[in-house]
Design a protein around this ligand. Structure first.
Ligand code: CMC
Length: 428
């Protein structure tokens, strides 16, 4: 059987054979379908890109029906258990696990870039005392482009890697500064003796002690959370990163745009929204009433549902285990009981079962961050740090892909036809 799709246009009776590659037809092949020679030709209509592949990618694989997530072929469960975030970052960016030497070089390179220019610090100090940390993080990442103007040279693969290393190294430094700003504490410099995640905790929580020693269980838990959040293929923010990058903007500007997309409550802002929802519910006895409000369409159950997963999000499963390990150190988050009851009822209720709504990555992560002592406003930033790696891996792949062009969707125009301008004094 030929790998083609035959389409008959019933308006004209004409038949077209479109080639099929990877279970996909090319949208441009529809353009030949016309009613008359002057006709523009047919397009596909897909708000929210629900069924449109925008790229070929070799980075992350998701099977939403089965609840499978793999980075470069490696199951997320194995990476969370056996690897660490910096190694996973190497894997996502380079496509293969590093050798021992490559890994040590990679760790060293990231360590070398953790400091930010003093003027970046000053710029951050200028934010209002209660500025949302995500707003600060997004703006500061964008500001980095003015410190590294050579980043504009986006067609140079080596130059891209320099900027990538810088961004991965500085993402936690800027994040920790936003947290210290919120607390009204002086910003802590990086401690390069520590691992990536331990240093991040040190930059956030070190007070007057000369050396901060984070609890190893918390370092491990944060590392696991960072691994789970590192990439998730063509989601809203990764697509924003690619779309902005497609205009050949530098990666700092593109990454600020991606982070802005992450900030929304339907995407990475959901972890903050979950904690606000749990606080509002307040008690296990109020859970059924909240579920009823969700079913009436008054509110969404935050941390539930996913465009791709129609099964339990594999990341949520790992996070649930990680939460237990963290609570052994920090004490149990009292809101866990509300979350567990919400999950229990939702997983049995027809509304959620029929729509295949399961807990996603954001449902339990906020409980862990809160137990670690972070305020809810820091949660989207906690997502942005590890996702920086994913955005950069997606951007780097995009920039090296010769099939890519500037992102520029079409529209179906629904506005007025041509009409003559009426001077203001003649308008009724
Ligand atoms: N609570 C209640 N109903 C929901 C929810 C929810 N969380 N999510 C989807 N639905 C319903 C929705 O009302 C619709 O019902 P109906 O068919 O009767 O109109 C049906 O399920 C399909 O929903 P959709 O909005 O068409 O699905 P989508 O793929 O466009 O949206 C989503 C995906 C993640 C935006 C959505 O599930 C949602 O808003 N979830 C809550 C926010 C959240 O937790 N976001 C984090 C996502 S995972 C991490 C990340 O991406 O950053």
């Amino acid at each position: 059987m030929p790998d083609t799709l035959t389409i008959t246009d019933n308006r004209t009776g004409k038949t077209y054979d479109l080639p099929i590659t990877d279970d996909t037809i090319r949208a441009m092949d529809l353009r030949q379908i016309k009613v008359s020679p002057e006709d523009f030709g047919m397009m596909s209509f897909d708000p929210g890109y629900v069924n449109t592949a925008s790229t070929r990618s070799a980075i992350t694989y998701i099977d939403g029906k089965k609840g499978i997530l793999r980075y470069r072929g490696y199951p997320i469960e194995q990476l969370a258990q056996q690897s660490d975030f910096i190694e996973v970052a190497y894997l996502l960016l380079h496509g293969e696990l590093p050798t021992a030497t490559q890994l040590e070089d990679w760790r060293e390179t990231i360590r070398n870039h953790t400091l930010v220019h003093e003027n970046i610090k000053k710029q951050m100090e200028a934010f209002r005392y209660d500025a949302h940390p995500m707003g600060m993080w997004i703006s500061t990442v964008a500001a980095l482009s003015t410190f590294y103007p050579e980043a504009k040279n986006v067609r140079d693969a080596d130059n891209r890697m320099v900027q990538i290393r810088r961004l991965i190294a500085k993402a936690p430094t800027i994040a920790a500064f936003t947290y210290r700003h919120l607390q009204g504490y002086p910003y802590n410099s990086p401690d390069n003796d520590l691992s990536y995640t331990a240093n991040f905790l040190s930059m956030m929580f070190r007070m007057t002690e000369p050396k901060y020693e984070p609890h190893p269980a918390l370092v491990k838990a944060l590392d696991v959370l960072f691994i789970l959040h590192a990439d998730h293929e063509q989601n809203c923010s990764a697509s924003a990163m690619r779309a902005i990058g497609s205009s050949e903007a530098d990666c700092y500007s593109a990454l600020a745009g991606a982070a802005a997309a992450l900030y929304g409550p339907l995407h990475g802002g959901a972890n903050e929204a979950v904690l606000r929802m749990l606080t509002e519910i307040g008690d296990v006895k109020n859970v059924p009433a909240h579920i009823e409000r969700v079913k009436q369409g008054e509110v969404r159950l935050m941390g539930f549902g996913h465009r791709v997963y129609k099964n339990y999000d594999p990341r949520a499963k790992i996070i649930k285990q990680t939460a237990d390990e963290v609570f052994e150190v920090t004490g149990r988050n009292p809101m866990l009981d509300i979350a567990l009851e919400l999950e229990r009822i939702a997983l049995e209720d027809d509304y959620f079962v029929e729509r295949k709504l399961y807990p996603n990555v954001d449902f339990y992560s906020g409980l862990i961050y809160e137990a670690m002592g972070l305020s809810v406003r820091m949660f989207p930033v906690m997502f942005a740090i590890p996702r920086t790696v994913g955005w950069l891996a997606q951007w780097n792949e995009h920039m090296a892909d010769e099939a890519q062009r500037i992102a520029r969707p079409r529209q179906i125009y629904t506005g007025a036809g041509e009409r003559d301008y009426i001077p203001v004094e003649n308008r009724g």
